[in-house]
Design a protein around this ligand. Structure first.
Ligand SMILES: CC(C)(COP(=O)(O)OP(=O)(O)OC[C@H]1O[C@@H](n2cnc3c(N)ncnc32)[C@H](O)[C@@H]1OP(=O)(O)O)[C@@H](O)C(=O)NCCC(=O)NCCS
Length: 152
């Protein structure tokens, strides 16, 4: 298995959508089709500051080779001139976990952020997502912050 990570392309749409659906099931959430469609449009729109990369297993045939994805977005941060990056979504196919795909996806975001002059990438996870944290403790530093939200 040879895994590389690259920016998502329009031809990846169906493979992305299949994984997006699994990711939504993992989070026990329903994302309406029009919302998904709009996210995908934004990922491919260079003027939209949200990005998507896919992990590709080049030992598989084109059209059946996407095995994971990551999305991220730079935003203004009041503590620095430079933006920071929020790493939003991360998925690696269940059958192929623990072989480095998740790490490669995160490292792609780090490299892209660095190329954009950004110095920090941050993300959240659920406190009980121990599987993800096995990776995160190796590629990041746990902070003291907890998250609150309020629907308006
Ligand atoms: C979280 C997720 C993306 C990780 O993907 P992955 O492809 O398995 O990740 P990797 O193989 O790159 O990394 C796994 C790391 O965990 C470590 N790990 C796995 N099991 C471990 C264990 N039992 N003990 C110690 N470390 C362990 C591996 O050693 C590896 O670290 P390494 O790169 O230093 O070798 C994947 O599990 C996933 O998609 N989960 C469902 C969705 C999800 O939780 N997304 C994140 C939401 S915040």
């Amino acid at each position: 298995m040879t895994v590389t990570v690259r920016f998502a392309q329009s031809a990846d749409k169906q493979q992305f959508l299949d994984r997006w659906e699994l990711y939504n099931q993992f989070y026990k959430r329903t994302v309406p089709a029009d919302v998904t469609e709009e996210q995908w449009r934004r990922f491919l729109d260079p003027s939209s500051p949200v990005y998507c990369a896919v992990a590709v297993d080049s030992d598989k045939e084109d059209g059946a080779n996407v095995i994971g994805f990551v999305t991220w977005l730079p935003h203004i941060y009041t503590g620095s001139i430079e933006d920071v990056v929020y790493l939003h979504d991360l998925w690696s196919d269940e059958a192929q976990r623990n072989v480095g795909t998740g790490r490669k996806l995160m490292e792609f975001v780090y490299a892209d952020s660095k190329a954009k002059g950004i110095k920090r990438v941050y993300w959240h996870t659920q406190h009980f997502n121990h599987r993800a944290q096995l990776l995160y403790t190796k590629v990041g530093t746990k902070t003291d912050f907890v998250q609150y939200s309020h629907d308006v």
